[in-house]
Write a protein that binds this ligand. Structure first.
Ligand code: OOB
Length: 549
């Protein structure tokens, strides 16, 4: 399935007509759009606080005005509706203002994370054919203007760079301005609203096209399930561009319903707890290691956290024992969230019994999420057995952007997305995640492709071969370990780690551990798949470390 994309026409994601009709008839797709709902909130909730970040606060009316200024300013630079704009900003107000501005201008945000570096940013810019890059002067000590200069040298199609803060030779976000009348009318609800990035289970991250209709449905329905209404205060503690805090129900769900969004600059308790007290936060989404840290710190904090009603935990597996610990220590409801940027999101419900909340990763949002669990041959497994999770539904994509070979691998001919997750389905449709079928490392919710890192290691002159595997880790859930066969003289582990970092990659992708081996332990290496090889190495590592510990 490919995207229709004709020059400057908005991108569309293609669902078959029969499904489009079904999703409309069921009331999932209501023809709402991002600019449309933002306009309505600016009218109904004009003076309510929409967004809090640091000391700045914006009402819904101000959010509407500022996003209009930014959107019109980008069009005044020469961008045209349908153009892609790469956004790399942290948990700052400018992220929300810019993204809403892009929506209003019919420009397509392409999300990236502050941790991404040149290699990744160049890849996103090329793959999306972006014509502009919006970033911050600096964030967490890193100067993004330098990255912008390097990006423009590599990708000349980036015609405009806009910087929040001191812009130097670039356009300052603050100084953008234009005639609001230049903003286009509301877009086609079935057109692509933005491009999200995939966890990248094989090779580089893929771009995920999400439409107005499908995404709005996912967070509108999530609001119902997660109890978000106009009185809620939703805290973004994870990176704001990530799908979990964006839409499950996330800051977009919160804005949709007229609630208040609070951005925490980072996920530490020192950053987040004072905000919970000051703003009366009611809901937050966390990855498992953070949830455990928060629960420990909550026991002795001086801050009043009593406003917190729901702690959502997802992005990586929350083991039942850890869930029990959370439940004991927390004075609020626990909700498990198992989702993916490609679409499907599962939640335990707020009124589910304890065993479901502690032991499952929830059930899908929609009655029309068609979940298939199949064996290696693609045949359905008996109910209750583990198998590969495939899904199709009203908010799951039908194809990646501009990536035919990934689409051939990741989607069945009848449009089911192969999630790469192994799950078991219990009565009532609740899913228990068993692990991954494909090789990636889920490092505290950050997904790392083994293949991508192996490729960078192999580029080192002293590396003959490399295999990157996930190793269980008490804190991160999983950490990455690179097994390396040296060529000639062994380089040191730190040198290989530095090498990966200097290849222009996000720091979280640098192997946590490097283990040199003389051989991968089989004469038939050439004949085993890399997956099997990684599995053997992981086993060997675990056996040997058992002996040591
Ligand atoms: C979320 O999205 P992504 O795209 O970063 O990662 C998706 C993958 C899933 O395929 C699965 O392998 C893993 O992350 N995952 C979980 C999980 N939640 C996600 N594995 C076990 N237990 C869970 N609860 O991570 C994401 C997107 C929306 C909402 C929540 C998470």
């Amino acid at each position: 399935m490919s995207l229709q994309h004709d020059g400057r026409l908005p991108l569309r994601q293609v669902w078959p007509d029969a499904l489009v009709e079904r999703y409309r008839a069921a009331g999932y797709w209501r023809g709402e759009t991002f600019p449309g709902f933002l306009r309505e909130r600016a009218r109904d909730c004009a003076d309510d606080v929409a967004l809090v970040a640091g000391e700045s606060r914006y009402t819904y009316a101000e959010l509407w005005r500022e996003s209009g200024r930014i959107g019109a300013g980008l069009l005044a630079l020469g961008l045209v509706p349908g153009d892609r704009v790469l956004v790399q900003l942290g948990n700052v107000a400018e992220f929300v203002l810019t993204v809403c501005g892009l929506f209003r201008a019919g420009l397509i945000p392409v999300y990236s994370l502050p941790a991404h570096r040149l290699t990744e940013i160049v890849h996103f810019a090329r793959k999306s054919e972006a014509s502009a890059y919006v970033t911050a002067e600096r964030y967490e000590g890193f100067d993004y203007r330098t990255l912008a200069r390097e990006l423009r040298t590599e990708v000349t199609a980036i015609a405009h760079v806009v910087v929040a803060g001191a812009a130097e030779e670039f356009n300052a976000l603050d100084a953008l301005g234009g005639d609001e009348d230049s903003l286009p009318g509301d877009p086609d609800p079935q057109s692509v609203a933005f491009l999200q990035i995939s966890g990248g289970s094989t090779g580089l991250s893929k771009l995920i096209p999400r439409t107005h209709d499908d995404y709005i449905y996912s967070f509108r329905a999530s609001n119902e399930i997660c109890g978000i209404d106009r009185d809620s205060v939703y805290l973004v503690a994870l990176p704001v561009a990530h799908n979990f805090p964006a839409s499950s129900p996330g800051w977009l769900g919160a804005l949709y319903t007229g609630a208040r969004v609070v951005l925490s600059p980072g996920p530490s308790t020192a950053q987040a707890f004072p905000l919970i007290e000051r703003e009366g936060v009611t809901s937050v989404g966390l990855v498992p290691p953070l949830a455990l840290l928060w629960a420990d710190a909550a026991a002795s904090t001086q801050y009043d956290l009593s406003s917190l009603q729901v702690m959502q935990v997802g992005g990586a597996k929350l083991l039942p024992e850890a869930a029990r610990r959370l439940r004991e220590k927390l004075d609020c409801q626990l909700q498990q969230v198992f989702g993916m940027a490609e679409g499907l999101v599962n939640y335990t419900r707020l009124d589910d019994p304890d065993d479901i909340v502690l032991e499952t990763q929830g059930r899908p949002i929609s009655a029309d999420d068609e979940v298939l669990i199949v064996d290696d041959q693609g045949n359905p497994v008996p109910e209750g057995s583990a198998g590969h999770l495939l899904v199709r539904g009203p908010y799951t994509i039908r194809g990646y952007h501009n990536d035919d070979s990934a689409n051939a691998r990741s989607f069945t001919v009848d449009g089911f997305y192969r999630t790469g997750d192994m799950v078991q389905r219990l009565e009532g449709g609740y899913l228990v995640v068993q692990g991954r079928a494909t090789d990636h490392i889920n490092r505290a919710g950050e997904k790392i492709s083994a293949e991508e890192i192996e490729d960078h290691l192999l580029a080192h002159p002293a590396v003959f071969d490399a295999a990157v595997v996930s190793i269980p880790d008490a804190y991160l859930g999983e950490r990455s370990c690179a097994f390396v066969i040296a060529r000639g003289e062994r380089s040191r582990a730190v040198e290989l780690k530095r090498w990966v970092r200097e290849r222009g990659l996000a720091a979280f992708k640098v192997p946590d551990q490097v283990v040199f081996v003389d051989a991968f332990g089989t004469t038939a290496v050439g004949k085993v798949s890399r997956r099997e090889l990684r599995a053997r190495l992981r086993e060997r590592f675990l056996d040997e470390s058992d002996a040591v510990d």
